[in-house]
Design a protein around this ligand. Structure first.
Ligand code: FES
Length: 203
């Protein structure tokens, strides 16, 4: 026995009745057109959700790139020090945020700019500049010295070591001058065996 629908009303039909074709329950089959509609809707939903996912990821990525804190103006990054006119020849200026001294040597000392890392090359103490003391290196006397408070290493204005246990000159950082503005890359540190005039950036 089976139930078919005629004009919207259920009609009972014996399934074994001769001459009748096998009867299918109405919910057994979904018309092809309806199936296509369901598949299309599902496909559109998947496409929409994927698009939203890609858009959200892109927006989050852009936000992170724009607002993630960058190392600007601190040790390890490039620091804008100022205009060259602020640093006349013969001056040593302490730049705490970069942990270096900006040195502008006199013409007879090379006449250029140096960024000297203030870390003593012996065991790493911070080396202060002493303007009132003199140092002698290679037969010449230099006004002002760097003297390490830990074990007494001493360096002249170019960073060249001349006394104490320091095995080599103070390290330098990369100096760039563009449009009269001085920048120092504190992430680019160079070790030296000897301080040379060619270490200095001429302005
Ligand atoms: S750490 Fe400077 S002399 Fe030893």
């Amino acid at each position: 026995m089976a139930i078919i629908y005629k004009d919207g009303k259920p009609v009972v039909v014996p399934s074994s009745e001769p001459g009748h074709a096998p009867v299918h329950e109405p919910h057994d089959e979904i018309p092809p057109a309806e199936q296509a509609g369901v598949s299309r809707r599902r496909f559109m939903r998947v496409v929409f959700l994927n698009s939203m996912g890609v858009f959200t990821l892109g927006a989050v990525g852009t936000f992170v790139v724009m607002f993630w804190p960058k190392k600007v103006g601190s040790f390890g990054s490039t620091i804008k020090v100022g205009d060259v006119s602020q640093f006349p020849p013969g001056t040593v200026t302490r730049i705490p945020e970069g942990r270096f001294y900006l040195v502008h040597t006199l013409p007879e000392q090379g006449g250029g700019l140096l960024a000297l890392y203030w870390k003593c090359v012996h065991l790493g103490c911070t080396v202060p500049w002493r303007d009132a003391e003199d140092g002698t290196y290679s037969g010449k006397t230099y006004k002002g010295i760097f003297r390490c408070p830990c074990h007494g290493s001493q360096y002249i204005i170019t960073g060249q070591n001349f006394a104490g246990p320091a095995p080599r000159p103070l390290d330098t950082m990369q100096v760039t001058v563009s449009g009269g503005q001085i920048s120092v890359n504190t992430g680019k540190i160079t070790k030296r065996e000897e301080a040379k005039p060619s270490d200095q950036v001429k302005i």
